[in-house]
Design a protein around this ligand. Structure first.
Ligand SMILES: [Zn+2]
Length: 263
């Protein structure tokens, strides 16, 4: 979208880092201009008008002025704050993971309004749904699809024949599923029938139906393993929020197993 010297856009705050005594550098995912880095002057002063609005993961209406270096945020109004009195720790960690994925899968100044809408919806969903993990798997599949990496889950990627119920393999390198006869054509691993069905469901369903699927803990873990690793294969690096997530899971498992040692 062509830009004026000063322009308005809606955005999600993906990252913010302190600069000097009172300023911040903010990474935004905007509705109209894709990912953007902008400068927020004086935002850390106690009486700053921008301050509370530009917290991490908030959805905001912004007025931005082009400057010689980075765009300058001159006005911010909250559309939807991420943090509420009922926001729990899992929602915060999940929100940071969504922001991290969005940052990793996008380049600056490339607009994708479908991706913006998806992210806004998922930031809200992780605050309220019963099964946050299922919601994250749905987000990962939609993110892959909207970024041009939708995994093939219906036919074998090599011979293009429909997949049988059993002996289905998944290849990050090929970008989806392979049959028994073609499994040696790429690096791949066997995937359960239940995970295959779950992937097909989550790829085609609408946001409001995501929570209707019921999966065992083992299938949830298998899906998380497949999708988080496929995402990292596509971007060719580790997602830092995922490293934190895994540490948290280990800590929780340890807390359940040895309640006295961590209380
Ligand atoms: Zn095949």
């Amino acid at each position: 979208m062509p830009r004026q010297h000063t322009y308005a856009t809606q955005a999600i705050v993906l990252r913010r880092s302190s600069v000097g005594e009172t300023d911040c550098l903010v990474t935004l995912y905007t509705e109209n201009y894709g990912k953007m880095r902008a400068f927020a002057r004086g935002v850390r002063k106690p009486n700053s008008k921008l301050g509370g609005h530009l917290e991490l993961l908030n959805q905001v209406n912004l007025l931005i002025t082009q400057s010689r270096s980075l765009p300058l945020i001159t006005q911010a109004d909250m559309v939807q704050g991420f943090y509420t009195p009922s926001t729990n720790f899992e929602a915060i960690v999940s929100g940071c993971y969504i922001a991290d994925c969005l940052d990793a899968f996008t380049v600056e100044e490339v607009e994708n309004q479908s991706l913006y809408s998806l992210a806004c919806r998922q930031f809200r969903q992780v605050q309220s749904v019963e099964n946050v993990q299922t919601q994250l798997r749905f987000f990962e599949l939609q993110l892959l699809t909207l970024s041009g990496y939708q995994p093939e889950v219906n036919v074998c990627l090599y011979c293009r024949k429909p997949l049988r119920r059993h002996s289905i393999y998944f290849s990050f390198e090929a970008g989806g599923m392979l049959c028994q006869d073609c499994k040696n054509q790429f690096d791949c691993f066997i995937i359960s029938e239940a995970s295959t069905k779950a992937l097909r469901y989550l790829l085609t369903t609408e946001t409001e139906n995501v929570q209707k699927i019921r999966m065992s803990e083992a299938i949830q873990k298998e899906l998380a393993h497949i999708l988080t690793n496929y995402l990292q294969f596509v971007i060719d690096r580790r997602l830092q929020s995922l490293v934190f997530y895994r540490r948290l899971e280990k800590w929780e498992a340890s807390a359940i197993a040895n309640p006295r040692t961590v209380s």
